[in-house]
Write a protein that binds this ligand. Structure first.
Ligand code: NAG
Ligand code: NAG
Ligand code: NAG
Length: 953
């Protein structure tokens, strides 16, 4: 086998690729991910890589995609329906990307392996597709904080593995679906522990059928909806309940008496409804921490005895509930009591809090009652408000007779025994006094068991638990900071969370995704007392550690100092880099002089004396410098990782394209020579030919003939303004086919191009096709006539699936790509456009019984209005044969050439006559389109992959 080039770097790349082969992604998954990439902006930079299994946020098992976790990545766009092609996908977490909008694809139910569908805090809209009910393995369905509308699909009742169902904070309407003869309902969710439906516009009765003793429901959150009717008595059957929030609805009727059977219940929110009848008897609810039954229409009731018997009570909120009588002193000695708020009732007599009241008691708010006395005791007193009671006469100056200033607890994680230094730019000092870019967001606790925020040990335990969770996943987190506990109008406890990176001053994308997932997927479990929570992450603009996308603060001293210090460091780095580069260059020059494989070739001599070179001329550096006007910017026609391409005019007047490798992209001299030998043997009018090369003064350059009209892709996309009618397209197809056939059958050694695509077909001034780019080409020695086993390379969309699967490269792989090229000529589309694969599209739309096979909607209009519809159909037939699954079923290139010739003849076109020149109407100097030579992977200089290096001898 022939080896084109070997150098150390490529060996390393090669080895890593070999290791990656096992994870080489399934082609269908690849197409889907390309589609996702195309439909989103701000995807991670490494999504340019050929292997999506290495993409940040993508997890593979074997060669299949099993997870997509991209929380807080700043993604924008819609969720393409192609996602449903990921048949092995188990986890999808796109949380905290507010820019993700549009509906969920209705076909989402095809993701049969999905266990977690987590889209918290995005901008999705439309109805929740009923097909989510067809995800048999789904455990987490979190669609909260989006803009979903419509009803809760009853089909969700089919999700027998569902543990977590969060639909809160959307615009859902309709009632809660329960099963009936016509289908399933949520009453069948026997394993679901969480119904979080708060903050929607759900209406109707809360169905009695929803609840049964078979449920394992822990959190029932229906707050802030439009439910009517009464609370069903069946609720009392769900013994596992710990949190019930029915507040902020329009519920009427009495509270079912059985509710005090719910002895595990910790939080009960019934406030802001129109509940009637007598107050519920909560005797025996020994776990109850938090009660809020304010603003209902209960009958006037004497203070019930259970007020003083609930030993776990922290919070008793019963505003405007027609309570009357005197408060018992025993209420205040409940050991955990923090808040008593009984505003606007008819409480009378003396307020006596006794002497053994709870140490945690922080607020007693009894404004607007009929209290006429207050027993003063010495020592610590909680805040007491008796405004608008008989005890507070006009002009009274007792502290309890005025409404205190709202004093929010201003908790913030303290510094950990260090003093923070001012941080430059947007950085923040962590609790460990390190300046970095934290990941921030808000924690929402929907039903905490406490109401006093003065006990900081709770927040300390929250911090500790967060750190423990991050550490357990080995996430590089230095510290966390929680701050500003506040209660919002929904009675949620909000806390700001900042998470600081360790090891470097910013988080990588994958770490942000992992942290986001731990919070969105409820991997993090807050300490007892915090109850159900959700997190809304901010987007994180500091992935590169840079300020890209971040808000710049106005300049202040810190900034200036930071910039100045940074400037000095930068200067030092530049000096060091300069010295290094100078030395490297000297070294390279010396090395080149010592081992110049071209030394035997006298550049000035006739190249005919070097048999291998068959016409390729050796140019001096000065010659090419002159021909490109000293490599001037105006001659620059393309740039890439390998270096730059210049247009040049040789002293003979010949127009050429000169590809100049930059430092770092160069190959060893021997490899360069080998490559030139290969390229210089290729001579065909439909193949771009090498004019010469330069290996002089430490430079490596290749000189090609200049092709005036750029790439076929540019013309198909309309960039060049060239009109490609159907006959011209047939000529281009024929020219390209002849070029490829030449490489397969006539070149010596035969060459498999391996990257046939419209970007590699150049059009000359007569619109003749010329095949370019041998960057991936495989010469075949006699021994492996038939196939070469090789690392799969090429361009997705054109890649032969058989080659992909077996890694056995044959000429038929080029035939497959050529078939795709024919589809491009037919449709002008790129092979994968908006996630749709052209081959699949054509196959699906095709109906051979109809005119033009019913493909008018896919065909380029210029093609569908062709005067020779039969020729279009025959090209479709040919293209389909070229993209047969199995290589043996595809025609050879020579058969392809013959067929195109036959199609042209049948259409009355002579296949051997070229079009007239187009150059007059075309501005060859135009920089308005990508010049063919700007292709990054063009020829052997490609900075990235040159897989032929992989081959063992
Ligand atoms: C409340 O319930 C308890 C126990 O279930 C019972 O002993 C008590 O009599 C009830 N109180 C009222 C006022 O009905
Ligand atoms: C408190 O009000 C109740 C009736 O609502 C009444 O029976 C009682 O005498 C009042 N107590 C005092 C001390 O005013
Ligand atoms: C603060 O909360 C912790 C944990 O809930 C509790 O053990 C402790 O007694 C509380 N401290 C005070 C002063 O209330």
């Amino acid at each position: 086998m022939m080896i084109l080039r070997i150098d150390f770097l490529s060996l390393v790349i090669a080895l890593s690729q070999v290791l990656a082969i096992a994870a080489l992604i399934d082609p269908n998954d690849y197409v889907v991910l390309r589609s996702l990439k195309d439909s989103w902006t701000h995807t991670p930079p490494n999504w340019d890589n050929d292997d999506p299994c290495v993409w940040e946020g993508i997890g593979c098992a074997g060669n299949r995609v099993v997870s997509i976790t991209l929380a807080s990545n700043g993604l924008e766009g819609q969720l393409s329906s192609d996602i449903t092609g990921l048949s092995e996908l188990q986890i999808m977490d796109l949380s905290y990307n507010k820019g993700l909008t549009g509906p969920l694809p209705t076909s989402i139910g095809n993701l049969k392996k999905l266990t977690s569908l987590i889209l918290v805090g995005c901008g999705f809209s439309g109805a929740i597709p009923a097909s989510v009910g067809s995800l048999p393995k789904l455990q987490y369905l979190s669609l909260n904080s989006n803009n979903f509308i419509g009803a809760i699909p009853p089909s969700i009742g089919n999700l027998s593995s569902l543990s977590w169902l969060d639909l809160a904070d959307n615009k859902l309407t309709g009632s809660i679906p329960v099963s009936d003869e016509s289908g399933p309902g949520l009453d069948m969710l026997f394993h679901t522990k969480h119904f979080h439906f708060g903050k929607n516009q759900l209406s109707g009765d809360i169905p009695s059928k929803l609840f049964s003793s078979n449920l394992m429901l822990v959190h029932l959150l229906l707050e802030h909806n439009q439910f009517t009717g009464s609370i069903p008595s069946t609720l009392a059957l769900v013994k596992s309940l710990e949190v019930v929030r029915l507040d902020r609805n329009s519920l009427t009727g009495p509270v079912p008496p059985g509710i005090n059977n719910l002895t595990s219940l910790q939080e009960l929110f019934l406030a802001n409804n129109a509940l009637e009848g007598s107050l519920p008897n909560l005797t025996g609810m020994s776990s109850l921490n938090y009660i809020d039954m304010s603003n209902n229409s209960f009958d006037p009731t004497d203070i019930p005895p259970w007020f003083s018997s609930l030993q776990s009570l922290t919070t008793l909120v019963m505003e405007k509930t027609q309570l009357r009588g005197q408060l018992p002193v025993t209420l205040f000695s409940l050991p955990q009591l923090q808040t008593v708020s009984l505003k606007k009732n008819r409480i009378n007599g003396t307020l006596d809090i006794g002497s053994s009241y709870s140490k945690q008691l922080s607020l007693i708010d009894l404004r607007s009652n009929f209290i006429d006395a207050f027993e003063h005791r010495s020592g610590y007193t909680p805040q007491i408000i008796l405004v608008d009671n008989p005890i507070c006469q006009e002009g009274d100056h007792e502290s309890y007779c005025s409404i205190p200033q709202q004093t929010n607890s201003s908790y913030s994680t303290p510094m950990d025994n260090c003093s923070p230094t001012p941080c430059a730019l947007d950085k923040t000092s962590s609790p460990n006094c390190a300046c970095s870019y934290p990941y921030s967001g808000t924690l929402y606790f929907r039903a905490p068991s406490f109401s006093s925020y003065g006990n900081f040990s709770l927040f300390t335990s929250l911090q500790k638990k967060l750190m423990t969770t991050f550490n357990s996943q080995s996430l590089p987190v230095d510290s966390v900071s929680v701050s500003n506990p506040t209660k919002n109008i929904d009675n949620y406890l909000l806390m700001s969370l900042r998470i600081f990176p360790s090891g470097q001053d910013f988080f990588n994308r994958s770490v942000i995704s992992s942290i986001g997932f731990m919070l969105s997927n409820q991997t993090f479990k807050p300490p007892p007392g915090f109850g159900p929570f959700f997190f809304i992450g901010d987007s994180y603009p500091y992935f590169a550690g840079s300020l890209a996308g971040a808000h710049h603060k106005s300049a202040n001293t810190t900034v200036i100092i930071g910039v100045a210090a940074g400037g000095v460091v930068l200067l030092l780095l530049l000096v060091v880099a300069g010295v290094y580069a100078f030395r490297q260059r000297k070294r390279a020059e010396t090395a080149a002089k010592q081992s110049n494989p071209f030394a035997l070739w006298d550049p000035k001599a006739n190249t005919g004396g070097v048999p291998q070179l068959k016409g390729a001329k050796s140019f001096t550096f000065d010659e090419l410098k002159q021909s490109t006007n000293n490599f001037s910017a105006s001659n620059d026609i393309g740039k890439g990782g390998y270096g730059t391409v210049y247009r040049g005019i040789l002293s003979t007047g010949q127009l050429v394209a000169i590809k100049r490798a930059q430092q770092g992209s160069m190959q060893g001299g021997l490899e360069f020579k080998t490559e030139i030998e290969l390229l210089s043997r290729v001579h065909h009018k439909n193949v771009v030919s090498l004019v010469g090369f330069c290996f002089d003064q430490g430079e490596q350059m290749l000189v090609y003939e200049y092709i005036a009209n750029g790439t076929l892709r540019d013309s198909l996309s309309g960039k060049t303004g060239l009109r490609l009618d159907w006959i011209r397209r047939l000529r281009i197809a024929l020219g390209a086919a002849r070029g490829v056939q030449y490489l397969h059958d006539l070149a010596d050694p035969p060459i498999i191009h391996r990257d046939i695509k419209s970007n590699n077909i150049l059009l000359d001034d007569r619109l003749s096709a010329k095949v370019a780019d041998f960057g991936l080409s495989k010469p075949m020695g006699d021994s492996e006539r038939g196939h070469v086993t090789t690392q799969v390379k090429g361009t997705m969309g054109y890649l032969d699936p058989e080659y992909y699967m077996t890694q056995q490269l044959t000429e038929k792989s080029d035939v497959y790509s050529f078939g795709v090229l024919l589809f491009e000529l037919l449709t002008s589309r790129t092979p994968i456009e908006k996630g749709k694969y052209i081959v699949r599209e054509v196959k699906q739309a095709m109906d051979t019984s109809k005119d033009m096979y019913n493909l008018q909607s896919l065909l380029d209009p210029i093609v569908s209005y062709s005067t020779s519809p039969r020729s279009v159909e025959r090209v479709v037939d040919l293209a389909l044969r070229c993209v047969q699954e199995s290589g043996v079923d595809r025609p050879s290139m020579s058969q392809v050439v013959k067929e195109i010739e036959s199609i042209m003849e049948a259409a009355g076109v002579n296949p051997n006559v070229e079009s007239a020149s187009t150059s007059a109407s075309h501005d060859v100097d135009s920089k308005g389109f990508n010049h063919p030579y700007s292709n990054d992977s063009l020829f052997a200089y490609s900075g990235g992959f040159t897989p032929s290096r992989l081959e063992p001898k």
